[in-house]
Design a binder for this molecule. Structure first.
Ligand code: GTP
Ligand code: MG
Ligand code: NA
Length: 453
């Protein structure tokens, strides 16, 4: 059995240190070049097993003995800023396992919770990296890269302080339904979330973090990572028009192999397209795809998991966040076309029934919100991407006559056109607007509850 490299998503609140952690592992300086130090795109980079070996040091010995060794890791960097929910969920949905980064001095913050909900809804296992240990007041710098050693070198009061901060996280996670422990106290990695104190700045704790992560992967994710009989598929991160290349798509290949002679089957808003790549381009190992040090290399074939770029004029209008399949013959093209059509149908809703109207900025956020509304049993009359227009308000108005709690519009990260605004005021149609998925739904539910009481 051959297992592929796991896709590890790094999630957490803004400025908790996600990009810095990856920079430290890769030996790159991506964070320093970001505008305002804020990540605004999903990144991807490949960590070869050599890098894992070097980073883990003596801890690698044990990992090496596993029956199925991972051939490297594909790490996905996500933005922590609140407006990028769609990107977080896109990163989360591709992940096999995740690192939830928490600032040790701040504990859980709003997007920590949001990240956790994304992982929860996709059933992604994760490890907590309790970052910025070097900032604990009184923390003594030491030579070792191993946190278990570094802790021993701290004053007793600092050890107590760190323990308290770990227990705060344990407490918060427990309220949210998770059992967790400092990694050196974990007895069963299947039922307890491991918390690893680290510093992305000094590098301390990263050997333990990586070895816990790889250990978990090798022990529990074999089946998921086994490539036998897996449908070759990926997820579209971004679609761009690039100088010299034309239309390109950055994708994460999740399973299978993509070859230049294969056909790519992927969704646009109103159709499914089938196209052959003009070029497949691969970033160098350890290079961040969104900020590479070197040029991407043209290749004829890529095996999952990988971040890559494909060029093809047909890609214009492809929806970021949508799934893409790789077909090798006509029967497969037909099969995947049907699959994508069914996927689109479950996300883009247009019915005559009673339900709320939902407008979102991207297919990723649309998918996430539709899923959450379904779970809380809120019926949906229409779900689409794009600004709120007058027709949306007219539809809500008709629905309101039957059910005043459903005759509303939920608007996620989209504009409300002036005539829609006027119409909503004239006909008293409520529009719930938000840039945070969970508060959008919470606010709506709170209003229904209040109005019912
Ligand atoms: P977003 O992607 O924008 O959500 O942020 P991020 O989670 O990627 O955090 P980023 O790497 O941008 O780090 C935010 C700030 O924290 C930067 O100024 C980093 O230098 C600093 N920082 C990150 N890790 C550490 C750490 O371990 N110790 C200290 N002292 N500072 C850190
Ligand atoms: Mg970042
Ligand atoms: Na940042």
């Amino acid at each position: 059995m051959q297992i592929r490299q796991p896709i590890v998503a790094v999630l957490g609140h803004v400025d908790s240190g996600k990009t810095s952690l990856l920079d430290r592992i890769r030996g790159t300086g991506v964070q320093g070049r970001e505008a305002g130090g804020i990540t605004q795109h999903i990144g991807a980079s490949f960590l070869p097993s050599e890098t894992i070996k070097e980073t883990c040091g003596i801890l690698y010995k044990k990992l090496e003995q596993a029956e199925h060794k991972v051939p490297g890791i594909l790490v996905i960097d996500t933005p922590g800023h609140e407006v990028f929910t769609n990107l977080r969920s896109r990163g989360g949905s591709a992940a096999d396992i995740a690192i939830l980064v928490v600032d040790v001095n701040r504990g859980f913050q709003p997007q920590t919770n949001e990240s956790l909900k994304i992982l929860q809804s996709r059933k992604v296992p994760f490890v907590v990296a309790l970052n910025k240990c070097d900032q604990i007041s009184g923390w003594r710098k030491s030579e070792t890269k191993f946190i278990s050693q570094a802790i021993k070198e701290q004053d007793a009061s600092i050890q107590t302080d760190l323990d308290q901060k770990i227990y705060d996280v344990v407490g918060t996670l427990s309220i949210l339904g998770y059992q967790s422990e400092a990694f050196y106290r974990v007895k069963d990695f299947r039922s307890e979330i491991a918390i690893v104190p680290i510093s992305a700045r000094s590098g301390v704790g990263i050997p333990e973090l990586l070895s816990v992560l790889v250990g978990l992967t090798q022990q529990y994710l074999q089946k998921r990572l086994n490539q036998e009989e897996k449908e070759p598929r990926g997820i579209v991160l971004e679609v761009n028009d690039e100088v010299g290349l034309g239309q390109t798509a950055n994708i994460i290949l999740i399973d299978g192999t993509i070859k230049k002679e294969n056909s790519i089957v992927v969704a646009k808003r109103d159709s499914v397209i089938v196209t052959k790549p003009k070029a497949i381009l691969l970033p160098k190992p350890l290079d961040e795809m969104r900020d590479p040090r070197d040029k991407f290399k043209p290749v004829s074939q890529v095996d999952a998991a990988a971040g890559l770029k494909i060029a093809s004029p047909d890609l214009e209008g492809v929806l970021p966040g949508s799934t893409l399949y790789v077909a090798t013959n006509d029967a497969e093209i037909e099969k995947y076309t049907k699959l994508i059509e069914a996927e689109m149908k479950s996300v883009f809703i247009d019915t005559e029934t009673n339900g709320i109207i939902l407008k979102c900025d991207t297919i990723g956020s649309l998918e996430a919100i539709v899923e959450m509304l379904r779970r809380s049993q809120v019926p949906i009359a229409k779900a689409d991407i794009g600004p709120v227009n007058r027709r949306d308000i007219m539809e809500a108005k008709a629905i309101k006559e039957n059910d005043r709690h459903l005759g509303i519009v939920l608007a996620f990260n989209v504009k409300i056109l002036p005539d829609a605004k006027d119409e909503s005021e004239d006909s008293h149609i409520k529009i719930f607007e938000d840039k945070v998925i969970y508060s959008l739904i919470d606010n709506y539910n709170a209003w229904v509850e209040e109005d019912t009481a």
